[in-house]
Design a protein around this ligand. Structure first.
Ligand code: SAM
Ligand code: SF4
Ligand code: SF4
Length: 367
C-alpha cells in the first residue's frame, strides 16, 4: 500500500463570509454559473468523522488520535441543514446527497432524512434524496432510513477479497458485514443500489472483475471510480490511477459491455450495459475524462461552508449568515451571487501548478 503520506494542509478554515445583496431577487429555480452550468445537485456532509481509515481518503497516519475533528458545536443542526436545503431547492436543486465522513455516525440521521423528504422543489416536486455510506451501520439503520423517506443509497466497497478490503479500510472491517448492509437496504425497499469502488493500481485493481461478476444480475450497479487527487494527504500519483477505459476493457474480456446513453445532462458516471442483459455498471473518470463542463454540484460542509468545487481551496461561510439573523431571501441572494461567479473547472486544468494547493479533504466535504 502507498505510504507516501503528506501531512495535512488544513484548508478547513479558509472561508470568507459571503456578501449579502441589499435587495435580493426572489429565487427563480434556475441559477447558472459563469460558464452557464445550472445548479441542480447539493451534497451535504453531516460529519467529518469516520470509523474507517481508507488509505485514499483518511490515511491513518494523518487522521490519527491527535487529529482535530470539528467540535459538535460547530456542526449545522438538522434544522439548519433543512433550512439550507429549502433555500437551495428554491434555486433549482433537485437532488441531495447526504455524505461525510461516515453519515450514519451522525446520531438520529433518519430524522434529518425525514425533514428533507418533506421539502418540495421547483413545481412542487419532492427532492431526490440519497446517501453515501461505508455500510458499517447500514444493516442496523436501513429500515429506519427507508421509513423516514430515503429511496436510494450508495454503498462504498473496494474489494470482495476480505484481506484486501480489511487492509484498505484500515479498520479490519469485514466484507461480509458490508454485504449484509447491502442486503438489508434492498430488503428495506431502497432501490437501484449503487456500489462505489475506488480503484487503486496495485492495491485492488485485481478485484475489478470479481466485483463485476458478484453484482451482475443483482440489480445493484457497481461504479468504478478513478482514484482522485482530492485533498492533500493521500499521496496521490497519476501512476496509481487505473483509467476507466482499462476497467471497461478488463471487464469486457469476461462479460461484453455496450455503452448506454446518459439519463440526464451532468450524469457523473458513464453507463455500460452487459450485452447479455444481466445489468449495468458505471465508470467515474474524474481524472482521465473530466466532466467539469457539465458539473452542476454544490457542496455544503459539516459546519455550513459552501464549496463550489471538490478541489476548492476555500469555501463560503453560510453558517455565519444562518446564525447572523439573515432572512431566507437574503441567504438565497448571497448563494445566487456566489454561484453566478463560479468558474471552477479543476479537473480539466489539473496540472503540476495546482497539485501543491491546500485543498479540502474528501472526508470533510464528502464525495
Ligand atoms: N463514508 C462514506 C463512504 O465511504 O461511502 C461517505 C463519504 S466518502 C468521502 C464518499 C465517496 O468518496 C466514497 O465512495 C469514497 O470511496 C470516495 N472517495 C474518497 N476518497 C476518494 C479519492 N481519493 N478518489 C476517489 N474517490 C474517493
Ligand atoms: Fe471513511 Fe468513506 Fe473516507 Fe472511507 S471513504 S475513510 S469510509 S469517509
Ligand atoms: Fe465539478 Fe470541480 Fe469536479 Fe470539475 S473538478 S467536476 S468543477 S467538482
Amino acid at each position: 500500500m502507498n505510504e507516501r503520506i503528506i501531512p495535512i494542509a488544513d484548508a478547513r478554515y479558509n472561508a470568507g463570509t459571503p456578501s449579502v445583496p441589499a435587495d435580493p431577487d426572489p429565487a427563480t429555480g434556475r441559477l447558472a454559473d459563469a460558464h452557464g452550468r445550472m445548479l441542480r445537485d447539493l451534497r451535504i456532509s453531516v460529519t467529518d468523522r469516520c470509523n474507517f481509515r481508507c488509505s485514499y481518503c483518511m490515511p491513518p497516519a494523518v487522521f490519527d488520535r491527535n487529529f482535530q475533528f470539528l467540535p459538535h458545536s460547530s456542526l449545522l443542526s438538522f434544522e439548519e441543514i433543512a433550512r439550507m436545503a429549502r433555500i437551495f431547492a428554491g434555486h433549482g436543486v433537485e437532488k441531495i446527497r447526504i455524505t461525510g465522513g461516515e453519515p450514519l455516525l451522525r446520531r438520529n440521521i433518519e430524522a434529518l432524512i425525514g425533514m428533507l423528504a418533506e421539502i418540495r422543489g421547483v413545481q412542487d416536486r419532492p427532492l431526490e434524496i440519497t446517501l453515501t455510506t461505508n455500510a458499517s451501520l447500514l444493516a442496523r439503520k436501513a429500515g429506519a432510513l427507508a421509513a423516514a423517506g430515503l429511496r436510494r443509497v450508495t454503498v462504498s466497497l473496494d474489494a470482495l477479497d476480505d484481506g484486501v478490503f480489511r487492509a484498505m479500510n484500515s479498520a479490519d472491517f469485514p466484507v461480509a458485514d458490508v454485504l449484509a448492509g447491502i442486503d438489508a437496504a434492498a430488503t428495506a425497499g431502497l432501490r437501484s443500489i449503487k456500489i462505489n469502488m475506488v480503484v487503486k493500481r496495485g492495491v485492488n485493481d485485481q478485484e475489478i472483475v470479481p466485483m463485476a461478476r458478484h453484482f451482475r444480475g443483482t440489480g445493484h450497479i457497481v461504479r468504478f471510480i478513478e482514484f482522485m487527487d482530492v485533498g492533500a494527504s493521500n499521496g496521490w500519483r497519476l501512476d496509481d490511477v487505473v483509467p476507466s477505459a482499462e476497467v471497461i476493457a478488463r471487464i469486457s474480456e469476461h462479460f461484453p459491455l455496450d455503452p448506454v446513453a446518459p439519463q440526464y445532462p451532468g450524469e457523473v458516471a458513464a453507463r455500460w450495459r452487459y450485452a447479455d442483459g444481466s445489468g449495468e455498471i458505471g465508470v467515474i473518470s474524474s481524472v482521465s475524462r473530466p466532466f467539469c463542463s457539465s458539473c452542476n454540484r454544490a457542496r455544503l460542509s459539516t459546519e455550513g461552508k459552501l464549496f463550489t468545487c471538490l478541489f476548492a481551496t476555500s469555501g463560503h461561510d453560510l453558517r455565519a449568515l444562518l446564525r447572523g439573523g439573515y432572512s431566507d431571501q437574503q441567504i438565497s441572494g448571497a448563494i445566487a451571487q456566489l454561484w453566478g461567479q463560479r468558474t471552477d473547472r479543476y479537473s480539466e486544468i489539473r496540472s503540476e501548478a495546482t497539485s501543491g494547493l491546500r485543498r479540502i479533504e474528501m472526508s470533510y466535504i464528502g464525495g
